[in-house]
Design a protein around this ligand. Structure first.
Ligand SMILES: *Cc1c(COP(=O)(O)O)cnc(C)c1O
Length: 393
């Protein structure tokens, strides 16, 4: 297939630059420990914040749903693929989020590529945090609106950019991640909403890493900042803390009604399977019953971050259970991760171009599934590795 030869050259270039991604295979279910390439390791890489990916209630709900509703939705949602269980999930999520209405998509990624082009178009301007997620960037491109990037979490810069551009915009939309996945810092949403109100811009927050994590029982960033009813568009995912698969948008009735008519992934791609849908409903039910699992997640994060800091590590600017261990040099971070793996810890290094040059790190993802003994083990192995590599004395 010589016409594809250019792809081998591209892959070769990635390998040469150390950017070629080796994809590990996980055996068995997500959890505190799992088997990777034949080796049992402590898992510090997953977004399974609440341990829901292997939760007995979610698994049971998924199995029951298959018996009752089958394995597939059979059609796109807008033709004959909206099953009663989808409606049940949407009602449950809007109640949980204290929102007027909700629409569920196949993934958080799809939710972004549905909602952004639906509410913006040519003549509009989107103000986007420079560290926003790839699916937001793609959604913005699909919208054909002009995109103006503002400095990360810098409301002064956002304000200045809006003031500069407002006269040439038909409508304006500000988009931010709720929690930024590489540093674990939180968007200054109250200040963003203030600026938005001053200029009449709409606000959208993509709370993929805040859903199930921030706010009362994991209701997310809008609840965390007591901004319910003040943010036009909230995007969430069911694939991270909720432990399943899928994405959703919550907001005013008119927005959700419009997305049912004009959200392209809703109209042209089939919806979630009954098993996914039922498991997601069970996830919300577990959170409605008790916030114990969310508190466990935060306790674990505080314990782990304190342990690392007192050992002498720099955990960057995190405000959430996402814990970057800042190392700086790309090669050092990559060697660090390899050594950890030899010591039964699976924690990935993240370097350029995902984060700026010289800001390489090991990113640890905490979970309520971890026990204190797991965290002690991790802190010990991190410290040992740092001494071997000359990072700590
Ligand atoms: C992970 C993530 C997504 C994608 O969510 P999926 O449900 O996995 O498609 C979207 N936005 C942000 C900010 C994310 O972190």
């Amino acid at each position: 297939m010589f016409k594809l030869e250019f792809l081998s050259q591209e892959l070769g270039a990635l390998r040469e630059q150390g950017l070629f991604n080796i994809i590990r295979t996980i055996y068995g279910s997500q959890g505190a420990w799992f088997v990777v390439d034949g080796k049992k390791v402590l898992n510090l890489c997953s977004n399974n914040y609440l341990g829901f990916a292997g939760h007995p209630k979610l698994k049971e709900a998924a199995k029951k749903a298959i018996d009752e509703y089958g394995v597939g939705p059979g059609a796109v949602r807008s033709i004959a693929g909206t099953q009663s269980i989808h409606v049940e999930l949407e009602t449950k999520l809007s109640e949980f989020k204290h929102a007027q209405a909700c629409i569920v998509f196949q993934a958080g990624f799809t939710a972004n590529t549905a909602v952004i082009p639906a509410v913006t178009g040519r003549g509009d301007i989107i103000f986007s945090d420079e560290l926003n997620h790839a699916s937001i960037i793609d959604g913005c491109r699909l919208s054909r609106a002009q995109v103006v990037r503002y400095a990360h979490n810098d409301v002064g810069d956002l304000r200045q950019k809006i003031a500069e551009h407002k006269d040439s915009a038909r409508r304006m939309l500000i988009i931010t991640d709720g929690v930024f996945s590489m540093d674990g810092d939180i968007a200054p949403l109250p200040q963003i909403v203030e600026v938005a109100d001053e200029f009449g811009a709409m606000v959208m927050v993509d709370d993929a890493h805040g859903e199930g994590v921030l706010g009362d029982s994991g209701r997310g960033i809008v609840n965390h900042f007591k901004l319910e009813g003040k943010v036009e568009i909230e995007v969430g995912t069911l694939s991270k803390a909720f432990g399943v698969m899928g994405g959703f948008v919550t907001g005013p009735e008119v927005l959700i009604d419009y997305l049912r008519q004009r959200g392209r992934p809703f109209l042209f791609s089939s919806g979630l399977t009954p098993a996914d849908t039922a498991a997601a409903i069970a996830a919300v039910d577990v959170l409605l019953e008790s916030d114990a699992v969310v508190r466990k997640l935060w306790d674990n994060a505080a314990y782990f971050q304190k342990g690392l800091k007192s050992a002498g590590f720099d955990t960057g600017r995190t405000q959430t259970p996402i814990t970057p261990v800042m190392l700086g040099d790309e090669k050092l971070a990559s060697d660090f991760s390899k050594k950890l793996f030899e010591k039964d810890i699976f924690a990935q290094s993240i370097g350029y171009p995902t984060v700026p040059r010289g800001k390489a790190r090991i990113r640890c993802m905490l979970s309520a599934a971890h026990g204190k003994e797991d965290l002690d083990f991790a802190i010990e192995k991190f410290t040992e590795t740092a001494k071997e590599l000359g990072v700590l004395k």
